[in-house]
Design a protein around this ligand. Sequence first.
Ligand code: R5P
Length: 264
Amino acid sequence: MDWGMKNRMSKLIKPKTGKAVWLAVDHGYFLGPLKKLEEPNKTIGPLLPYCDALMLTRGVLRNCVDSDIDVPIILRASGGNSIVGKVLSNEGITVSMEDAIRLNVSAVALSVYIGTEHEHQTLINLSKLIDGGQKYGIPVLAVTAVGKELEKRDARYLSLCCRISAELGAQMVKTYYCDDFPKVIKGCPVPVVIAGGPKLDTDEDAFKLAYEAIQEGAAGVDMGRNIWQSDFPVAKIKAIRAIVHENATVKKAIEIFNSFKNKK
Ligand code: R5P
């Protein structure tokens, strides 16, 4: 790996712990203004001091985020679908590498829809984005999307998706936590981070998800709704940070959450 790419990776996955807490706020690219992300600047602002990177689209980055922030950017570079359209898997590359460089991003992210009618198209998109990234030293995060038409989230399927993404050259992969998660980690030669998915019933459930993923080998979390749809998003991300970077238990995370939730 060249120096520039290694340097960008080291900004995303903290060398001190080898782990990462990324805040995902890219959902609007196919979901529109979903709950608690209607005004992205208001959602993102208070959480910025606690995330190791921000994952979002170029539209929200340019319009809703100050350019003097000290947080690396993971730029969503795929799209072309919507929740009210026919299928979610029909994605293309939506950002040129030149524009990603202009935005000074630390990585670009693209979804692959393995097992759908757009499997080939999205894997070729990934390969093209990786070629562009290799040229300029920009790492690519492959997102193993499942979408509304494909609800397979077992280790067999997710390990297939992660491995194929890594084989095509993705420097990092984002997937879902699942039963037998170590199988996913074992089969993937690059760092794997997990999405949080839809908001879970309790805060404890989200802490358990993060804890189990980290203990079983995830490099971190790229979490959205379970943080910013919380009634106490800052307390939530602080507790998640402790799980990821300090090996905090679920019990400890709950204590941290409770101690910060009523602080301004
Ligand atoms: C979905 O396609 C987006 O990439 C989200 O960034 C991802 O799902 C993570 O967010 P959440 O934790 O809300 O699932």
